[in-house]
Ligand binder design. Sequence first.
Ligand code: UGA
Length: 430
Amino acid sequence: MNICIVGVGYVGLVTGVSLSEVGHKVYCVDTDENKIKLLNTSECPIYEKDLGLLLKKNIKRKMIEFSTNHKNCFELAEVIVIAIGTPENCDGSANLEFLNSVVVQIAENVKKDVLVVLKSTVPVGTSDNVEKLINKNLKYNVKIEVASNPEFLAQGTAVSDTFNAARIVIGVNSVGSEKILRKMYEPFNRPIVVTDRKSAEMIKYASNDFLALKISFMNDIANLCEIVGANIEDVAVGMSYDERIGSKFLKAGVGYGGSCFPKDTKALRWLACDHNYELKTVKAAIEVNEKQKMKLVMKATEVIGCFRNKKIAILGVTYKPGTDDIREAPSIPNITYLLENGANLHIYDPVGLENIIKLFGDKIKCTNIMEHAIKDAELVFIFTEWEEITKLSFEQYKKLMKTPIIFDGRNCYNKESADQFNVQYYSIGR
Ligand code: UGA
């Protein structure tokens, strides 16, 4: 099939490359000239396991092309997949400005029947609105249908998530649209869930918000564990044997971040508010997460008192391992707080330094050698459970640090062995 992908952000690029890998001819289009130039030299603009290799392979065999010419790409396509960003407005609602402008361009330029697929995360009802917008702006005598097809990729595992998807959700309002999408996804051989468009849009938000809620619930219980003397890791293991609960997303820590959970929880809450409904569970998930993000520094303030002029090492800044993304990462408000309180920060992250420097500039010192950050530090904070961080032993901390005090926001180490090495070790819910 000939498929056009609009927007080569993280979702669009992974989707485009995966579709080309299974044999579709993919035309990717984006307004960002620099990104398109880079992609045309076979360079991958994002850090994502296996994506670079597949990109190179499919450019070479001419299964995927990149351009800034929307009109051309629209003309070639049987399916146009919209994967552009829907950033957050100040009030938490989703900003559909870019999406709508692309939709108008499609309506004005498409000269043959086409299926428009919304892959961007959009508020419930958007497919209906997009269809109206298309019909209002249609220039030629063509039939353009709209379908919803949310994505469930997680950063760091996006390629394998695509090929091993638990399900592919398609929201359609005609048998024709369903047929086209089934054909497009047939090579992936994954379960396909067919719904109406609004339900598909809701599945996306409900899935992300449920996972966010699961994490916030565990963080809430972790805080209670600390008060009553229980251990959240043991509690999670004990819970996980119940298949109704499952074993995933039970890990307590300094809260969730990234470009999805924070945005999607706020967007769904906003949508509910807009319909005079209070989504109490999602509200709770957001509130618990906001507080949890500052949990470590608050704990450290109680223990240490003052951070002024202290050399403090920060290990891990990305919102999770396997990505260089720092959007909404819990490390950010913590770094801000520590800087405001006069700390001398030395930051280590295997891939996220470039992004954190963009944010804090010369207020922080960065290194890609973990031991350099830790050397002579009076305190260590851990915000991301990168493998190289979890491998470091208490013995090494003891050897390198001025005073071995560790605040671990991702429960990277065995708590008991800290006592053995005389390291002051604080973690979450244990
Ligand atoms: C999330 C969803 O997992 C994907 O299914 C979805 O497609 C994606 O959003 C999206 O909407 O695009 P992602 O944000 O990449 O994916 O990352 P996750 O692996 O879900 O982690 C999100 C945050 O939750 C991270 O900060 C992570 O550290 C935290 N987390 C995760 C926990 O604190 N505890 C856990 O047990 C799991």
